[in-house]
Design a binder for this molecule. Structure first.
Ligand code: ADP
Ligand code: MG
Length: 712
């Protein structure tokens, strides 16, 4: 049966005239949805289905059900109570009556629904006061005995400019034209799943009686087939990237007896934890293998990743190679400089500093030192991977908080690793305090080796987390007074609403206009309030609009203990290390992401004193806000927090991939499809070994332009 127009979209002269100039609209809308190729159309799957294959006798239909009925109009009139509406009384062949009610209607409705007309109507049946009725059903006048639809009718994701009828035709035609030839050799696709073309035909045009529930919850074998295809393509892309890297040679870096590595170990004021020793050994094995390392070092906030990175750097530098260390913000980069300089400079290592704020002569000088190989250690923000930075002999790149770098930056880094004077590729060590959940590690990061520091250095006391509503601010300030009187130090973090992440610099540094200024004012006001409330103690203020040197000065005074309370916007988010700070207050905690809150909380609990993190929120809380705060109060385990973060936000957001504009998995769902993922993981290496052409075709069909990102 041809589609019935939605009742309230029935054209009359006026609306027809209005829509006439937009006749090219649907074609353009197709383009804006990216539906430009037969394959794209064939993969544009229905959101749901409407069953127009059956007629339900009114005597068998129940209120609340959406049904299609066939009735004859007995009487149609406009009534005015309780408001103007078109009321159509009708009955089916069994004599059961039904009222069709239209509050919005056009003259065309009245014309179509005259007494004696036979009508197919589809809508939700209600048991109204005056008997059965349907409000605004879809309807169509028909001849007696007109054939029913042979298949379920697909309803596609669409936009206002793209009518379903147009989209249906376009998809059906795309499905016919698309090349859906089987690419995979036998034995790869899990048994019981249909061929690709058959799967798609079923998904677009399910026969009457198809299991709607399984189609809708994506457990149907046709859906499973698509998911498997996609997961397999992703595994293949990652496998290709790994093999590509394996073809490159990298410097063989082995610690020397009596070398820098040994000297650094000897000067450290602490012994490495067992976990630190284990991951250091894993990294050392990679560095010595002659192939580029591609390793993620994960460990909770405060687990001691920096020293592990410093030891790797020492090995590279000792062997005559340069080491680049890149952090997402200047503050964090500086923290690294401070620590690494403090550790390595006394041992004779020359350090260059590159960051966005460095311009002119200082930058020229730094660039020259990098290009000549004079600087052995190069520290900075994304400025380190800009195109005018040339390394003489880059041997190792360390990226801190790697998940905070965008797609473009990760690609730039990948190029930089190969862009050295020597023909060897540099090693890459990524670090993150946000552990990758297992399913993500098996999918997006399948080509990554992972080392985990699963133990905190000794002597840390667990952090207690408290949630309080912001009307208890006065009480809280009292507690802060007690803490500073007792010689402790306090962070007070104010949020920023608008995040500008294009170059990784702290958001408010570049933001203009309303919101950020207001937020900055909040920080300034809080600073004033706290200063007044804590006579005799110094309250510092640090935010992204300060110059790098100014920020550094405030941080240094906090670190030395001169400043008792540090009011900060999120610039202190990562990497700041002040063991004497034992109270962290986060204002408007509901506005922060889970990972960010976890990072902030990790700023305290670094010393011997018992630490407290106060998450202050304002009501009303959104559902996800509630979930995040609850998660924070319930656990301090970074892995658990990452898992919940994934649950609340989904993998795309988790990886900061929003900016890439593509959902990374269209069909598969990592939470549900772990078994399929496992099958794809088993199949991929065999395909790459024995059918590399099929593997390549599979990657191109399913991932197209996303391939680069997946390999980054
Ligand atoms: P993160 O993993 O968050 O980067 P850091 O490397 O900043 O953690 O280390 C946190 C703090 O713990 C630093 O002050 C660091 O010097 C200290 N630290 C690291 N390893 C040890 C250890 N084995 N014993 C004691 N303190 C350590
Ligand atoms: Mg760190």
């Amino acid at each position: 049966m041809p589609r019935m127009p939605p009742a309230d979209a029935a054209p009359d002269a006026a609306t027809a005239a209005k829509t006439a100039p937009q006749r090219s609209g649907p074609a353009r809308a197709l383009q804006s949805l990216g539906l430009t190729t037969p394959l794209a159309l064939a993969l544009h799957l229905p959101l749901r289905y409407e069953d127009e294959t059956r007629l339900t006798p009114l005597s068998q239909a129940h209120p609340g059900e959406t049904v299609q009925v066939e009735v004859t109009v007995r009487d149609a009139r406009v009534e005015f109570r309780p408001r103007r509406q078109l009321v159509v009384r009708a009955a089916d062949d069994g004599g059961e009556t039904l009222v069709l009610r239209f509050v919005h209607f056009y003259p065309s409705h009245q014309k179509a629904l005259q007494a004696g007309v036979r009508v197919r109507a589809r809508g939700e049946l209600r048991g109204g006061f005056f008997g059965r009725e349907m409000i605004h059903p879809q309807f169509k006048a028909i001849e007696h005995g007109a054939p029913l639809a042979a298949e379920l009718t697909p309803v596609y994701p669409s936009t206002a400019a793209l009518p379903q009828s147009y989209l249906r035709k376009a998809v059906a035609s795309g499905l016919q034209r698309a090349n859906l030839a089987e690419l995979l050799p036998p034995g790869i696709v899990p048994p019981g799943l249909p061929p690709l073309r058959q799967a798609l035909e079923l998904l677009h045009h399910p026969p009457p009686g198809a299991p709607l529930a399984a189609l809708q919850d994506h457990s149907h074998p046709a859906w499973q087939r698509l998911k498997f295809e996609e997961l397999l393509a992703q595994q293949l892309a990652q496998g290709q990237a790994r093999r590509e890297r394996g073809r490159h040679a990298a410097p063989m870096l082995v610690p020397r007896v009596g070398g820098l590595h040994e000297k650094l170990l000897a000067t450290l004021p602490f012994a490495l934890t067992r976990a630190q020793q284990r991951v250091s050994a894993e990294i050392a094995a990679d560095l010595a293998a002659g192939r580029p390392m591609h390793r993620l070092l994960q460990g909770d906030v405060g687990a001691g990743k920096t020293v592990v990175a410093a030891l790797a750097a020492a090995v590279a530098i000792d062997a005559g190679w340069q080491c680049a260390l890149m952090a997402p913000t200047e503050i964090l980069a500086e923290q690294h400089v401070a620590k690494l300089v403090q550790w390595l400079q006394p041992l004779g290592v020359k350090v260059a500093w590159l960051a966005g704020a460095r311009r002119g002569k200082a930058r020229e000088e730094a660039l020259a030192q990098v290009a000549s190989g004079d600087a052995a250690l190069v520290v900075g923000t994304h400025a380190v991977i800009q195109h005018d930075v040339h390394f003489a002999r880059l041997g190792l790149a360390v990226v801190d908080e790697q998940h905070r770098f965008g797609v473009a930056q990760r690609l730039a880094l990948r190029h930089k690793l190969q862009d050295t004077e020597s023909s060897l590729s540099a090693h890459l060590l990524m670090m993150s305090a946000t552990p990758i959940p297992r399913t993500l590690a098996m999918s997006y990061f399948a080509d990554l080796e992972v080392s985990t520091i699963d133990e905190l250095p000794p002597g840390r006391t667990p952090i207690v987390t408290k949630l309080i509503a912001d009307h208890r601010r006065e009480e809280l300030i009292g507690r802060i007074r007690d803490a500073v009187e007792a010689g402790q130090q306090v962070y007070w973090v104010c949020p920023l609403v608008e995040a500008v992440e294009d170059d990784g610099s702290p958001p408010e540094g570049k933001a203009r206009g309303g919101k950020p200024l207001t937020e900055l004012r909040n920080a300034t006001e809080t600073h004033a309030v706290l200063s007044a409330a804590l006579p005799g103690h110094e309250v510092g203020l640090v935010h992204g609009r300060l110059k790098t040197a100014e920020k550094a000065a405030v941080m240094a005074r906090f670190k030395s203990g001169e400043i008792a309370v540090l009011v900060a916007t999120t610039v202190i988010e990562v990497g700041v290390d002040v063991p004497n700070a034992s109270l962290m207050v986060v204002e408007h905690a509901e506005r922060f992401g889970l990972a960010q809150l976890h990072q902030l909380r990790g700023r305290v609990g670094r010393g011997e004193v018992a630490s407290v993190c106060v998450l202050m929120y304002s009501t009303p809380l959104s559902d996800s806000g509630k979930h995040r705060l609850k998660a924070m109060a319930e656990t301090t385990d970074g892995f658990e927090i990452a898992r919940r973060d994934l649950e609340i936000r989904g993998p795309g957001e988790f990886m900061g991939a929003r900016q890439s504009g593509d959902a990374l998995l269209r069909f598969a769902d990592l939470a549900e499809d772990a078994p399929l993922l496992a099958q794809a993981r088993r199949a991929a290496p065999m395909l790459l070994d024995r059918h590399p052409d099929a593997a390549q075709a599979q990657v191109l069909r399913w991932l197209g332009h996303q391939v680069d990102y997946l390999k980054a």
